[in-house]
Design a protein around this ligand. Structure first.
Ligand code: PMP
Length: 460
């Protein structure tokens, strides 16, 4: 083995293949090594502190030092570090968590299936939808409609649902039978003279056109995040889902709500489905389910879906799907404690009380020369950077302006995420108003630094 040096950065470059990273750039810039966390802050290996403005990957809702979760994990590890739930086996944390989730679901749900990640949860959903329609004797009703810019994961099926070209390109995706309808982003795709309401109706009409063109008997399900996250924090028009849902009903199409980001308080209700009045048949959750302290995700299904599945299982035998770590007891124990904390601390009430500090704070930048749109709800927000505010023209993607903003923010002790030229904010839900003010101020400095760079280089 060649000598790679002792620093964490050099060993990282030598051995670590980074997920979702520009591999070539990484060879030069190397990693930001995060060593520890406390509250809404993380600290790198030089001791510098950052506000974690993205809660990691939209997930550490309780921040970085929740001792009760540490204790819950340790207690469960000592008692029963692993057991599975194949072949009729069960354990208390899994049962308790399933009961808790059904008890808090935004619409009546019947059963919970556990996975370790959001991708696995959405992958499971694809299989359940197929299984369901086979059980109903509808072998041709199998296609699933997702949306451009939707994000549902990276496994073969869930990456196919994801509507981002760079997750498909060169991976031979999407798989057959996955379709993408329009992205409900009024700022970008609204037409001249169109109101948001007109736009929402047009989105629903275009969905219906797609269904009719494909043949309604071939369409099994539609999947949507209440607020699109990784596609650029896209908040749909208020009535968008009110127009979409009747179309699905008309053609007997299941509605899957991907609550992987929105679930557990993010949008100012316990579920994004409540904020946007969704009545899904299937819900996936992950991330904040355990405040990301351990990997766990879940799929909730309605009673009618369960009934068709159980009748199929009666006919063909074992329901042949499950993961070694489905409902891992330590993850489940941590998730249960997380849900308890949300209740005890009224996390939804807290989000509602501090959200205006983030939303109004960021809207202060609406007049900034680089800012095209500020959008968001609850404690999730996006700021879209543009080259021309009037025409909404973006910068040349090669300039990676969003990446520059994120790097300047990092210089000012704030971690945010650039999704193209939209900067995402999704701080831990426990963040205080004072910390949000601090976050907004730091972001303002990053915007000004970017403007200075753009001006100096004559880019706009
Ligand atoms: N759905 C949504 C809405 C997500 O944001 C994500 C992850 N960012 C996923 C699914 C996939 O989850 P995971 O990364 O845990 O596989």
């Amino acid at each position: 083995m060649t000598n790679v040096g002792n620093s964490a950065a050099s060993r990282d470059k030598a051995f670590y293949l980074h997920p979702y990273t520009n591999l070539k750039t990484h060879e030069t810039v190397g990693p930001l090594v995060i060593e520890r966390g406390s509250g809404v802050h993380v600290f790198d290996d030089s001791g510098k502190s950052y506000i974690e403005g993205m809660a990691g990957l939209w997930c550490t809702s309780l921040g970085f030092g929740e001792e009760r979760l540490v204790e819950a994990a340790a207690r469960q590890m000592r008692k029963l570090p692993f057991y599975h739930s194949f072949g009729h086996k069960a354990h208390d944390p899994g049962i308790d968590l399933a009961e808790a989730l059904i008890g808090m679901a935004p619409v009546p749900m019947s059963k919970v299936f556990f996975t370790s990640s959001g991708s696995e949860a959405n992958d499971t959903v694809v299989k359940l939808v197929w299984y369901h329609n086979n059980a109903l004797g509808r072998p041709n009703k199998k296609k699933i409609i997702a949306r451009q810019k939707g994000y549902h994961g990276v496994t073969v099926a869930s990456a196919s649902l994801t509507g981002l070209p760079h997750l498909h390109r060169d991976f031979d995706l999407p798989i057959a039978g996955i379709l993408h309808t329009d992205c409900p982003h009024f700022y970008r795709y609204g037409e001249d003279g169109e109101t948001e309401e007109d736009f929402a109706i047009r989105m629903a009409n275009q969905l219906e056109q797609l269904i009719l063109a494909e043949g309604p008997d071939t369409i099994a399900a539609f999947i949507a995040e209440p607020v699109m996250g990784a596609g650029g924090v896209i908040v749909p028009p208020a009535s968008y889902f009110d127009h979409i849902q009747p179309v699905l009903k008309r053609y007997d199409i299941l509605f899957i709500a991907d609550e992987v980001i929105c679930g557990f308080g993010r949008t100012g209700s316990m579920f994004g489905s409540q904020t946007f009045n969704l009545k899904p048949d299937i819900i996936t959750v992950a991330k904040a389910l355990s405040s990301a302290y351990l990997p766990i995700a879940a799929v909730m299904i309605s009673e009618p879906i369960y009934q068709t599945m159980v009748s199929q299982s009666e006919k063909i035998g074992t329901f042949g799907h499950g993961y070694t770590y489905s409902g891992h007891p330590v993850s489940a124990a941590v998730a249960l404690e997380t849900l308890k904390i949300y209740q005890e601390r009224d996390i939804v009430g807290h989000v509602r009380s501090v959200a205006p500090t983030l939303q109004q704070g960021l809207r202060r930048f609406a007049d900034h020369p680089l800012v095209g749109e500020v959008r968001g709800v609850g404690l999730i927000a996006g700021v879209e950077i543009v080259a021309d505010k009037v025409t909404k023209a973006p910068f040349d993607p090669k300039l990676a302006i969003g990446g520059h903003v994120a790097r300047f923010a990092q210089d000012h002790g704030l971690i945010v995420r650039a999704m193209g030229d939209t900067i995402g904010f999704c701080p831990p839900l426990v963040i205080t108003a004072a910390e949000l003010d601090d976050l907004v101020d730091r972001f303002g400095k990053a915007l000004d630094a970017t403007l200075a760079m753009v001006t100096e280089k004559g880019l706009a």
